[in-house]
Design a protein around this ligand. Structure first.
Ligand SMILES: Nc1nc2c(c(=O)[nH]1)N[C@H]1C(S)=C(S)[C@@H](COP(=O)(O)OP(=O)(O)OC[C@H]3O[C@@H](n4cnc5c(=O)[nH]c(N)nc54)[C@H](O)[C@@H]3O)O[C@H]1N2
Ligand SMILES: Nc1nc2c(c(=O)[nH]1)N[C@H]1C(S)=C(S)[C@@H](COP(=O)(O)OP(=O)(O)OC[C@H]3O[C@@H](n4cnc5c(=O)[nH]c(N)nc54)[C@H](O)[C@@H]3O)O[C@H]1N2
Ligand SMILES: [Mo]
Length: 767
């Protein structure tokens, strides 16, 4: 029998995204984190040309910002970083690691900012303070004695361009390209898919394109929660009556309607803007099939136009001049059966034809997308399918059109630009050799999945984390946590206490750092940093809040500290000079990447940012064949490596407005009307009926993979929701134990967190 859960409150999420709910949330978190009034005024400097770049998402920052260029999520992230709560050595003396490991993610981070360097002491099972010098010396000595190919340098996508450049150099001077980053779990499918098809690893769209577009296709991105500032562009687009056609299995509030919390008129009148003009609840993993359907309908419309002597629907001149592979693609689309498209996408032919009709009437179409496309076994293919769709009518490289992947972490795209990559061919190794006179390693490094494999195989000897909460964010939690504890050395550069500090290696260090919003005082005065946004624009960022503690070091100082203690001195790399004046790091970045970063120090405060060259935006295709490439999908199936039998449900994991990845601000999800718990399962009423479940019943999930590994999560409360039958949704990171490590995108190795076939069991029944 399933038992009833008392701690989840479910309400109808009737409020639009934004609106009064948003204002209430911001006020609450500023109060809850005891952010001083003067610091809440900081929000006015968020994303301003002379202010700091928000530490939440990577969405573009306009040249002429709104007086309040922040959103609910950004305000929460600011409050979370500038909190006046802090913990030092006494906190750790009072709580053993075993005890802390029983606390939930929210409670851990809610203790406030970490303030002093700590080392794990197995005798007392506590973290104990040590000096910075001792920490660096010990870490350096350990790293010097290790197999240099078995040390991993991870980064979560928040560190600045300056820190990232130094960190990548540290790894390469140490002797490897083991530079996995959060992008490996995120938009790596984009970097691989776009590079292959249009010759750039990033999107082609800039903010101005929103002013000129006449149609937007929106795939698998939850704008209201994860990049809310983009709602301003979408709202403006909708005011011009531009259609927005959404593909998402779940009806997301922020994709349905929006009230601008910064517009008094809208707040007072309760005026809402309807965001999506069509909402297609595609099956998780069904986007390739859905886009095949769109393309098939487009070919039909083109055939009809040809037959009746009207203007062609396909942009044949563009296809001829700029693309290759069209004939094969056309043949594949024509051969594809509607029955297969409907089965794999879960969408009806007339609905796809209707969307295709709007596409063909529009002269400048943009495709926006997020994790709903990338975190799949066929994630790279999904991205390539978006490109196919756009190429059919020349929708890349013209005003108002293009591809717009929405990046996650605030500098995740920038880290790749300055050398954080496990792929040696993407790093300027010859240039580094010329500048610094060392022999950079040429061997392929480990990405996130490969680092996990190395840790599971007990081969990896040390893991250095520049931010992030790796062990919580990766798949296969059961096996990973056990293996993690056997790592000889773990070092976490962090702002807040998280699970990864408690699931730690044999020797373990926490190195607390300044956040980007804080004033970073060095020998050369207060330092500024730079970041790259989702549209490839580089921005300066100036810390403005007093540091959480005088004992904190900046990220560049910590990277330099580790480097000096680990590497043999190199007269050409003056780590201290770099730390004293980040302008000199920018000079080094400029020397390494002159095409992108010429006049870096002079240009870093350009309002709206300065853009790195994106060749495809100008119809220059840096692909193998020098053309934009149509590609034929290998399969329409959403989940070819993990398909359960008829008794399985397809699970996809999502985020709430109460979290930033593994950082849990609260256990509420205002947008979906769930309060008090994240251990919930969103389920179609028809599925609840067939499983004889009622709202509030508690169930367990088991992964359908039959590989001898037990993957199970218990204690999930059922919530009826508007998702397609056969599909269920729940939260990341709580459900990560269900994802097999091998279940990842084929070419990019992004874990397939959006399509996990699972078996549902009632609480209390045997597994
Ligand atoms: N407030 C807040 N902001 C954030 C973050 C956060 O956690 N909280 N995280 C940051 C990071 S690192 C990232 S990467 C971004 C992530 O931002 P998003 O890309 O929006 O990521 P998710 O919320 O994981 O999922 C996006 C959407 O994909 C849909 N979806 C799931 N499966 C499929 C599918 O098969 N097809 C389609 N078409 N849709 C599908 C889900 O219903 C969901 O609405 O946000 C960034 N911003
Ligand atoms: N099932 C499932 N799994 C997923 C996803 C999913 O959608 N579903 N999404 C994936 C994605 S897109 C991503 S990006 C990853 C995220 O994975 P990560 O990037 O590894 O995780 P975060 O939760 O963003 O990291 C939070 C921690 O970063 C530290 N931190 C915060 N600010 C700073 C700072 O300024 N400097 C430093 N040094 N540290 C800081 C804090 O200590 C905080 O605890 O998770 C992935 N995992
Ligand atoms: Mo991400």
């Amino acid at each position: 029998m399933s038992k009833h859960s008392g701690d989840v409150r479910i309400e109808d999420p009737t409020m639009p995204a934004g609106g009064w709910g948003s204002v209430g949330e911001v006020t609450h978190i500023l109060f809850d984190q005891r952010v001083a009034l003067k610091d809440s005024a900081l929000l006015l400097k968020q994303n301003k040309p002379d202010g700091y770049a928000c530490v939440s998402c990577a969405w573009a920052k306009p040249a002429n910002p709104h007086p309040f260029e922040f959103c609910e999520s950004g305000a929460k992230a600011t409050a979370w970083e500038t909190t006046s709560k802090a913990i030092g050595a006494d906190f750790f003396a009072r709580h053993t690691v075993t005890e802390l490991a029983t606390w939930d993610d929210h409670r851990l981070e809610d203790q406030g900012r970490l303030t002093v360097p700590m080392r794990y002491d197995p005798g007392t099972d506590t973290y104990r303070e040590l000096s910075w010098d001792a920490a660096f010396a010990e870490i350096g000595a350990a790293l010097r004695g290790m197999d240099r190919e078995q040390v991993v340098f991870y980064s979560s996508g928040r560190a600045s361009l300056e820190t990232s450049y130094m960190y990548a150099l540290l790894a390469r001077m140490y002797g490897n390209n083991n530079l996995p980053d959060s992008s490996n779990m995120c938009h790596e499918s984009t970097s691989v898919g776009l590079q292959k098809t249009i010759g750039v690893a990033v999107g082609t769209v800039v903010l101005e394109d929103f002013e000129q577009t006449d149609c937007i296709f929106f795939f698998g991105q939850n704008v209201g929660v994860n990049s809310p500032r983009m709602l301003h562009q979408l709202q403006a687009v909708r005011k011009r009556d531009v259609p927005i056609i959404t593909f998402n299995p779940l009806r997301e509030r922020g994709l349905v309607s929006f009230t601008n919390p910064q517009s008094p008129a809208e707040m007072l009148t309760g005026h809402e803007t309807a965001i999506s003009t069509q909402y297609h609840q595609v099956k998780p993993g069904g986007d390739t099939a859905a886009i095949m359907g769109l393309c098939k309908a487009i070919f039909d419309l083109d055939d009809a136009a040809l037959a009746s002597g009207r203007q062609r629907v396909l942009d044949t001149a563009f296809i001829q001049e700029h693309t290759e592979g069209f004939a094969d693609f056309e043949a594949a689309v024509r051969a594809c059966e509607w029955a297969d498209i409907e089965r794999e996408s879960g969408l009806w032919r007339p609905d796809l034809e209707s969307a295709a009709g709007v596409y063909c009437k529009s002269s400048a179409v943009m495709a926006v997308y997020g994790m709903g496309l990338t975190q799949h076994r066929n994630g790279v293919q999904n991205v390539a399918m978006v490109v196919n769709l756009l190429l059919l009518r020349g929708n890349i490289g013209k005003a108002g059109a293009g591809v717009c992947p929405v990046r996650g972490h605030s500098n995740v795209q920038g880290q790749r630009t300055v050398g954080i990559t496990e792929k040696p061919e993407l790093a300027p190794l010859d240039k580094l050799k010329e500048l610094y006179g060392f022999e950079p390693p040429r061997k392929q490094g480990m990405n996130t999945v490969e680092a996990c494999e190395g840790i599971l195989a007990r081969k990896v000897q040390a893991f250095i984390g520049l931010g992030g909460n790796f062990v919580r964010a990766v798949p296969e939690r059961g096996l990973m946590e056990a293996a993690w504890r056997e790592l000889p050395l773990t070092v976490q550069i962090s702002t807040k206490l998280n699970r990864n500090h408690l699931v730690h290696g044999k020797a373990s260090y926490i190195l607390p750092c300044l956040g980007r919003i804080e004033i970073d005082r060095q020998a050369g005065g207060a330092q500024d940093v730079t970041v790259e946004d989702s549209t490839a624009c580089m921005h300066g960022s100036r810390g403005m809040a007093e540091p959480a503690a005088p004992t904190l070091l900046s990220e560049p100082a910590i990277v330099a500290g580790i480097a000096k203690a680990t590497l043999d001195p190199n007269p050409r790399v003056d780590w201290d000079r770099w730390v004293g004046d980040y302008g000199t790091v920018r000079e080094a970045i400029e020397a390494t990447y002159p095409e992108i970063f010429h006049d870096f120090n002079a240009r870093m405060w350009t309002p709206g940012g300065f853009r790195k060259p994106v060749a495809a935006a100008h119809r220059v295709w840096k692909t193998e064949g020098g053309m934009a490439r149509f590609t034929v999908p290998e399969s329409l199936q959403g989940n070819p490596d993990l398909r359960g039998g008829p008794a399985t449900l397809r699970l996809f994991t999502v985020r709430s407005d109460g979290q930033f990845n593994t950082t849990i601000y609260s256990h509420d999800d205002r947008f979906r009307g769930v309060y008090g718990s994240r251990m919930v399962l969103f389920m179609a009423r028809a599925d609840m009926a067939s499983y004889a479940l009622a709202q509030g019943d508690v169930v367990a999930l088991r992964c359908a993979a039959q590989d001898g590994v037990e993957r199970r999560v218990d204690g999930l409360t059922v919530v009826p929701y508007d998702v397609p039958q056969g599909c269920i949704a729940g939260y990341f990171p709580e459900l990560n134990p269900l994802i097999p490590l091998w279940h990842h995108a084929k070419e990019s190795k992004v874990p397939a967190a959006k399509a996990i076939d699972v078996i549902l069991e009632r609480a209390g029944s045997a597994s």
